[in-house]
Design a protein. Structure first.
Ligand code: GDP
Length: 434
């Protein structure tokens, strides 16, 4: 998916525009229990094209002087995005900070679409002319508060989207990434994995813009590690983005089938871990929770069980994800990792037969009849799996409004029990049968 970044000095209206473009999607995202997310990165859609959008204004480096802030945000936008929407304030004209941003963007050779915000009505169009001086061609008048002009701006942005390189869908190579906050041991794990016996690394050179992909083979299975950890450890921008390495993690997640959420046994679980795991969950990827540095923990008989309970309690929405305890350093239980990756990867790609599925649903209904709301009873006519990665089911019903989420959860559990979807989220949608 292409990435659009919104940049501009403070108060030109970046967040307003961001929220407009993202529309109601952001609230859908926030409905996921246990997940809070920074409002800086979201999915949006225009003309049937899905893209990701970043509000660089949401990247909090506010302890820095203004000019440093705008510079760094512009730099982040350049690194992270395919198209940049450069936002200025029509009512204030060009300021020194705008010129600073322009200078950086100009050098980057990234496509830039210039949006002039706060042009709330046609009489204000004259304000546009001075912005030609910024050197990005035609300025697009918009009004964040009134939602005007965004269509034309997006039309222009979409024109600059790169053509997508689609990974071949049908091979059974498993693509996975390791995500987690700095220092949990992601790089160490990658090195240990690749150093394992009988692992044949075939290609490390596949460096893409966002990540370093390593292809390898073990026991005739093919894997790709999408590694974001070792990237660009340099410079000021790196440090400020490190706080938000989240952006990079998100892109790795998007390209993965399986995500290993890496925790540090020594340090325990902190808020940032939850946030990072939440992204993988929302993206619908298969997930394994990896507790690294298990060697460094002083253990009694119950230590593992207690840690596991803590993980379960803090990541309630990841109840489907297996947990493994290992050590990149001593290599203890490292050999269990790839088998689990294979298992959850296969579940993520699994397709179940429609007749079996409907038998399972029928049996489920025999145990637990469908609910009624205001005297109206839910009727389930037919269920089918419409997609994989993650497995997605459509239940055809008399009225989707009658599908209460507790009942949906019940169906999910029955489907999981029957078909063994360990490690993968599954999605269920109720549709009215025509
Ligand atoms: P990353 O930032 O997540 O890639 O973390 P690194 O792989 O750079 O590891 C951070 C630090 O943790 C390094 O000092 C590692 O040596 C150490 N480390 C990594 N894995 C283990 C482990 O299993 N046990 C112990 N005791 N230390 C580890």
């Amino acid at each position: 998916k292409s990435v659009v970044a919104i940049v501009g000095r403070p108060n030109v209206g970046k967040s307003t525009i961001f929220n407009r473009l993202v529309g109601e999607r952001i609230s859908i995202v926030e409905n996921t229990p246990g997940v809070t997310r920074d409002r800086i990165y979201a999915e949006a859609e225009w003309l049937n094209t899905m893209f990701n959008i970043i509000d660089t204004g949401g990247i909090d480096i506010s302890d820095e002087p203004l000019i440093v802030q705008v510079r760094e945000q512009a730099q982040i936008a350049i690194e992270e995005s395919d198209v940049i929407v450069f936002l200025v304030n029509g009512r204030e004209g060009i300021t020194a900070a705008d010129e600073e941003v322009a200078k950086i963007l100009y050098k980057s050779n990234k496509p830039v679409v210039l949006g002039v915000n706060k042009v709330d009505n046609y009489e204000m169009q004259d304000l546009l002319y001075e912005f030609y001086a910024l050197g990005f061609g035609q300025p697009f008048p918009i009004s964040g508060t009134h939602g005007l002009g965004l269509g034309d701006l997006l039309d222009e942005a979409v024109k600059h989207f790169p053509t997508e390189e689609q990974p071949p869908e049908d091979d059974d190579r498993i693509r996975f990434s390791l995500i987690g906050r700095p220092n949990v041991g992601k790089s160490s794990l990658v090195n240990t994995l690749l150093g394992e016996e009988r692992v044949i690394v075939s290609n490390i050179a596949g460096t893409t813009k966002d990540a370093i992909d390593t292809d390898f083979e073990k026991d005739d299975r093919e894997f790709t590690i999408i590694d974001t950890a070792g990237m660009r450890k340099r410079g000021k921008v790196y440090e400020s983005t490190e706080k938000y390495s989240v952006l990079r993690a998100l892109k790795a997640i998007e390209r993965s089938d399986v995500v290993l959420v890496v925790l540090d046994a020594e340090e325990g679980i902190i808020e940032q871990d939850k946030k990072i795991a939440g992204y993988a969950h929302e993206a619908g990827k298969a997930i394994v929770i990896v507790v690294n540095k298990w060697d460094a923990v002083e253990k009694s008989q119950d230590t593992m069980r207690e840690f596991e309970q803590e993980v379960r309690q803090k990541f309630q929405y990841l109840s489907y994800a297996p947990i493994i305890f290992l050590s990149a350093k001593t290599k203890k239980r490292i050999h269990t990792l790839l088998p689990i990756v294979i298992e959850v990867g296969e579940n993520h790609a699994k397709r179940v037969k429609t007749n079996l599925l409907n038998e399972v649903i029928e049996d489920a209904l025999a145990i637990n009849p469908t609910p009624s709301i205001k005297g109206q009873k839910l009727k389930i006519l037919y269920t089918t799996q419409v997609a994989t990665k993650p497995p997605t089911f459509v239940v055809f019903v008399n009225d989707p409004e009658l599908m209460h989420f507790t009942f949906e959860r019940f169906l999910e559990n029955r489907i999981r029990e029957a078909f063994g979807f360990v490690g993968t989220p599954i999605k269920i949608y109720a549709r009215q049968r025509k």
